[in-house]
Design a protein. Structure first.
Length: 317
């Protein structure tokens, strides 16, 4: 059985619930809540007025009036505080679901194994990225064909993990994050909050930005870049060999200029001491110059599994 699991202990859920939950989030997040309701989930950023991402969520629809915002634990409190600044004007509430637990699944035959593991009908299993299934015990989200997240209660997660330990092989959280990196899916940490606008993390690739839905916090800056500006710092997948783990938020340099990029996400590969990272880097420098960080540790570019629209890097004037 090619199926691995890991507790998603690095993440938490914020629940936004109430009559105005949809309208409130539609006016705050970069994604379109209509897509979230239709398909089940989307990546979505909560930005400040300058268009810089405070938080990056996976937004999941638990119902038409209840949405789950999955965030990194280091940012959950800050994310909640920012949402609460505006929610006081809405008939909705926002709270961290302290007893919610996530489990990640990875494997090549999950369509065969997940239904029995989670006791769901095979024909109901979501198989398209961002599609979800709300069950009696939780919410199952398809990230990619070979990766799923299941969010449930603390008690159900405990029981499920005990069962999985008997039948399924556990993977490390580091391996899970490595798959995120190889899929080019970014995440924010405390060190990188409010540093990047959504296009810098390639969020448009995953429909995490909707340019037609109307106003939301930071929308003017984000839309102006898309239609009138030039994206100078996209996100790349890179690798290095180092004696110590590269730190998220660390600066990347080239020989004649410092601070041409910054590390967003990092994980050690199957080879000890070799790391893969997502990093936002000045495009011209990334593609023409030798890059390094810390004590001149060399960084090399790797391919992403998707292609960015060339028009992002062209003048629209």
């Amino acid at each position: 059985m090619n199926c691995f699991y890991t507790p998603l202990s690095h993440q938490q859920l914020i629940q936004v619930e109430g009559k105005d939950a949809f309208t409130f989030l539609q006016g705050q997040l970069s994604c379109d809540l209509r897509d979230v309701v239709k398909e089940g989930s989307r990546l979505g950023a909560h930005c400040n007025i300058k268009g810089h991402m405070i938080s990056l969520f996976r937004v999941m629809a638990n119902s038409d009036a209840c949405f789950l915002l999955r965030s990194h634990t280091s940012l959950a409190e800050k994310a909640l505080a920012q949402l609460k600044k505006y929610i006081i004007f809405s008939k909705a509430t926002a709270n961290i679901e302290t007893k919610a637990r996530g489990i990640g699944f990875y494997g090549t035959d999950l369509t065969q194994t997940l239904p029995s593991l989670l006791d769901i009908a095979a024909e109901k299993l979501p198989t398209t990225p961002s599609h979800t299934l709300v069950t009696e015990t939780g919410i199952l989200c398809c990230i990619q064909a070979n990766r799923y997240e299941f969010w449930t209660t603390e008690a159900t997660a405990k029981s499920l993990l005990e069962s999985l330990a008997q039948t399924t092989e556990e993977m490390t959280l580091e391996q899970w994050i490595l798959h995120e990196i190889r899929e080019g899916i970014a995440d924010l940490r405390e060190e990188t909050s409010e540093l990047f606008i959504p296009q810098m993390l390639n969020l448009q690739v995953f429909e995490g930005i909707n340019f037609k839905k109307g106003c939301y916090t930071g929308q003017e800056i984000i839309t102006r870049l898309q239609h009138r500006g030039i994206l100078k710092r996209p996100m790349y997948r890179v690798t290095c060999k180092a004696s110590e783990t590269p730190q998220i938020g660390s600066m990347i340099h080239c020989d004649d200029k410092e601070g041409v990029g910054q590390i967003v996400l990092v994980a050690e590969t199957e080879e000890s001491g070799v790391y893969e990272m997502l990093a936002v880097i000045v495009k011209d420098r990334a593609e023409q110059d030798a890059l390094w960080f810390a004590d001149h540790v060399a960084i090399k570019l790797l391919d992403l599994p998707y292609t960015l629209d060339d028009r992002l890097f062209e003048s629209k004037r």
